[in-house]
Ligand binder design. Structure first.
Ligand code: BGC
Length: 446
């Protein structure tokens, strides 16, 4: 991008000491159906909870009560100055039994989307955010033979039922996290452990499902913008001078981050990963934007004694900000500056970029305000470099049910007491609100 174009898009406003964002920049918050709506009895996660698999022993129950009252939180988002809201559809409500479509579920989603529209908030609708119907799970989930066709049929129904209220779609959320937690670490259903082959194949099937959904949405709604949300973990070698650490880090980076990007860019994965993934040629070019979910940075070293961890051990970088550990003790640490490197990497795809999730588990909101501002400064730096970053969706508007960690990890700008449903604004909500309203972040103190 030309220098003069850039200065029109972004500005260092010396008088107010702020970094101004491009005019159309989307200031958003992100959420997912299972974590917010409550009472999703037909989802594979409901079964998982009933089997006592949530580490805290909790159940999502009413969650944030969005199925009844999402509009109240949408109004709160609007008051904060938010212009985009990412939410997901619960496939298990829409198609509770195979081939049976719920008119009532679509009607409720229509109400929710219409409310967002009336508030001037643009919805970004995710079709699959970790949850799906129990019958789909029994058919093998994304490891099953019919998964691509079944997901595509569902995507077509959604765009037919809701297309007049939404043109901005995210097909799947974080194939790597879904497959990693479900087939390698065992924290998510179906709870398989150390199945590296399934880890790759499930991701590959999700990518095929994404590609087929991309095409069917475009057939029905040519003007739509369709992408997916990719979790990008920032990794560096424990000791950059140690060649084993460097190799372990490169390998880990490849396994964690590369398949989604490679499939979209060139229609195949690299090396063994590519061989296990199989034919991904249909995935090439199937994105109008790339969604980047960025949370954490990790140091990776070689460890001969950890074959099940792909011969790697992990450490928290000294410059990173620790998150609350949660019951699983897996949240690690975030590096606000790290998003800059991640965005540069994402930009190789030459697509518009939306940061579709970013946040920190910090129940007391002691670190979130500072981390938020620093992260957005780093995002601004990326925009100044000419990266096509179009929006930022904070995870999350309010505390929600954090998967296997239950309520033990809190990501909300607004805290929630799930027992009383009382909401309390955290300081970070006001900080973010100022940013949204002014379309700018304060410059760093000298
Ligand atoms: C997921 C969210 C989750 C967040 C915080 C992301 O990987 O998409 O559903 O709540 O991380 O752990």
């Amino acid at each position: 991008m030309q220098e003069k174009d850039l200065s029109a898009l972004t500005g260092r406003n010396a008088r107010r000491q702020v970094l101004t964002f491009p005019q159309e920049f989307v200031w958003g918050v992100a959420s997912s159906s299972y974590q917010m709506e409550g009472n999703n009895f037909n989802s594979q996660w409901y079964e998982w909870e009933q089997r006592g698999k949530i580490l805290t022993g909790e159940c999502a129950s009413a969650a944030c009560d969005w199925w009844a009252k999402a509009e109240e939180d949408f109004a709160r988002a609007h008051d904060l100055g938010i212009t985009g809201l990412r939410l997901s559809l619960e496939w298990s409500r829409i198609e509770p039994q195979r081939g049976e479509w719920s008119v009532a579920a679509f009607a409720r989603y229509r109400e929710m989307l219409a409310c967002l529209k009336s508030l001037g908030i643009q919805p970004l609708v995710t079709l699959h955010h970790f949850t799906h119907p129990i019958w789909f799970e029994r058919a093998g989930g994304f490891a099953g033979p019919a998964c691509v066709d079944l997901f595509t049929r569902y995507a077509a129904k959604c765009v037919e039922a809701l297309g007049d209220l939404c043109t901005f779609w995210c097909t799947v959320n974080e194939p790597t996290v879904f497959a990693g937690n479900g087939y390698f670490y065992g924290h998510f259903p179906p709870g398989r452990k150390h199945d590296a082959v399934a880890y790759v194949r499930v991701q590959a099937n999700m990518l095929r499902a994404h590609a087929a959904a991309y095409r069917i949405i475009h057939e029905r709604q040519p003007q739509s913008s369709v992408g997916l949300a990719h979790h990008m973990l920032l990794v560096e070698p424990v000791d950059p001078r140690n060649s084993l650490d460097r190799r372990a880090n490169t390998f880990y980076d490849l396994v964690l981050n590369s398949l989604v990007l490679d499939a979209l860019a060139c229609g195949h994965g690299r090396g063994l990963l590519g061989a296990l993934a199989g034919d991904l040629s249909m995935v090439r070019g199937t994105a109008d934007y790339l969604g980047v979910n960025y949370y954490s940075k990790r140091l990776v070293g070689f460890d001969l004694w950890k074959p099940r961890m792909l011969f790697t051990h992990h450490m928290m970088p000294p410059d990173a900000v620790p998150m609350d550990p949660g019951a699983s003790n897996t949240f690690g640490a975030t590096s606000p500056d790290g998003i800059y490197q991640v965005l540069h990497k994402a930009a190789a795809l030459e697509l518009p970029i939306y940061i579709t999730e970013n946040g920190i588990a910090d129940a007391n909101d002691t670190r979130r305000p500072d981390v938020l501002v620093k992260t957005l400064r780093a995002v601004h730096r990326g925009i100044e470099d000419g990266l096509p970053i179009r929006g930022y969706y904070h995870w999350s508007l309010l505390d929600n049910f954090e998967w296997a960690d239950g309520w033990s990890a809190r990501f909300g700008l607004i805290s929630l007491d799930p027992a009383t449903q009382i909401r309390t604004y955290q300081r970070s909500a006001y900080v973010y609100s100022d940013i949204c309203h002014s379309n700018a972040v304060p410059v760093a103190e000298p």
